[in-house]
Design a protein around this ligand. Structure first.
Ligand code: GLN
Length: 447
């Protein structure tokens, strides 16, 4: 009830939730109460939380904040939601996001942008902006976001919360509305590293409905990682992550690295030369996969359909023209272009080859480092309405986060002080595949 009161008070301003599910929340809360009374309740039982609006919830509106999925009610639950529900989680609502998770400010949402709870003149970041805002404003104890190229970590850094992007395959994508299928991962957004570990533990695991997911044996490492100190931990620092970064952010991250060193970590200066190709590789692969994934929105199977048309083809063209926003159309066109005959070899195939090279570089680096430390983003939160005009400038701000998705490795963003305007700075800790326990350990030490 306290969360509902807070949401009723603050959400009209913050616009962080786009669909509220208070009726089902109260029902779930009563059931959780019963489970608690019977004893032996799971860790997340009765805890109020939120889901990004691209995670399917049986019978509850799920729109990806796009007009084309207006009023769409899935008839099944995403695996992550099924898992949390079985623990007695209480869903308060679905959170605002960039349309189809494409963007870095959440301003491409068909519901308008959510506002940053730290300062409402600024964006929340994107695309999981609503999920970051509800946690930052204490309108949910935790939320889930999705991260294709930084969409959990960057809004976490803009709103001063913790965001974990798990290893590709660690969490089932079943029921996550696809953007870039080889990059997408669901992960927790929380107010503490410990909470992130608990929620990750609850949602991870192999799922036969997502053939790219695996059952990795973390053993007791996730529960124990909080207690270990960081003496002897080998921390890699790659200069490529620091070029073009706002100097205020750079110095905050450097201070944090010194703190690790003073406490016994070993700092290794390393180099990841292929990183400079990560942005073009990401935007080619993500758009290519998006153009294919979004082919299913034809006005027949889901959501919105245009009101007047003369033929099926006319209906599909009009539905897609009216239903998708500009950024989504731009990505579909870019993706279709790089996959088309004559351009496939020059763009898509080349991007896939360079992706392999980036993977190899990360692999080599993690032979001598346990984690890498980098900024989460080159800047703190942007003022509202300043990025829409220049898509390329917006793409450039993803430079620190996209390499992690390309390589499929895990990374966490933790708050790391504030800039002179009082806006939160985020530090990113990157690990080797299935190295979640190690990045959580480092993050918890710093927190
Ligand atoms: N800003 C990135 C993009 O627009 C991140 C998206 C994401 O992680 N979903 O593609």
């Amino acid at each position: 009830k306290a969360y509902i009161d807070a949401i009723e008070k603050l959400n009209p301003t913050l616009n962080a939730y786009v669909h509220l599910t208070f009726d089902t929340a109260m029902k779930a809360a009563r059931q959780a109460d019963q489970m608690l009374k019977e004893g032996d309740a799971p860790l997340l039982c009765g805890i109020p939380m939120a889901l990004k609006d691209n995670i399917c919830t049986d019978g509850l509106t799920t729109t990806c904040c796009s007009k084309i999925l207006q009023d769409f009610k899935p008839y099944y639950d995403a695996t992550v939601w099924e898992k949390l529900k079985s623990q007695g989680a209480v869903l308060l609502g679905k959170t605002n996001m960039d349309e189809f998770a494409m963007g870095s400010t959440s301003e491409t949402s068909c519901y308008g942008a959510p506002l940053n709870p730290r300062n409402t003149n600024y964006v929340t970041g994107g695309s999981s902006g609503g999920s970051a805002a509800v946690v930052g404003a204490n309108l949910a104890a935790y939320s889930l976001g999705s991260d294709t190229g930084g969409s959990i970590r960057q809004p976490a850094s803009f709103c001063g919360v913790v965001g974990l992007k798990p290893t590709y395959g660690a969490v089932s994508r079943y029921g996550l509305i696809a953007y870039g299928s080889s990059l997408d991962q669901i992960g927790p957004m929380t107010n503490s590293v410990k909470d992130a570990a608990i929620v990750f533990d609850a949602i991870k695991g192999g799922d036969k409905r997502d053939q790219t997911s695996v059952e990795y044996e973390y053993g007791s490492s996730l529960a124990e990682c909080m207690d270990r100190d960081i003496k002897g931990m080998r921390i890699g620092v790659a200069e490529e992550f620091f070029s073009g970064i706002n100097p205020e952010i750079k110095s905050k991250i450097e201070e944090a690295i010194k703190l690790f060193e003073r406490n016994g970590a070993v700092i290794e200066n390393i180099s990841l030369p292929a990183l400079k190709l990560a942005l073009p590789v990401y935007y080619i692969i993500a758009c290519a996969e998006a153009s294919s994934n979004l082919g299913r929105y034809d006005g027949i199977r889901y959501g919105y359909r245009t009101s007047s048309y003369t033929s099926i083809e006319d209906m599909i063209v009009k539905t897609r023209s009216e239903g998708f926003g500009d950024e989504v159309k731009r990505r579909i066109m870019l993706g279709t272009y790089v996959l088309s005959s004559g351009y496939y070899d020059a763009y898509y195939k080349k991007a896939c080859l360079i992706r392999e090279e980036i993977n190899r570089e990360f692999y080599t680096v993690f032979e001598k480092c346990d984690v890498l430390i980098a900024p989460t983003a080159p800047n703190t939160a942007f003022p509202l309405n300043c990025k829409g005009a220049s898509p390329v400038e917006m793409y450039l701000s993803d430079i620190c986060t996209v390499p992690v998705n390309i390589a499929g490795v895990p990374a966490i963003s933790v708050p790391c002080g504030e800039d002179a305007k009082g806006l939160p700075v985020g530090m990113q800790i990157i690990g080797r595949r299935f190295g979640e326990a190690t990045i959580l350990q480092a993050a918890h030490f710093y927190e």
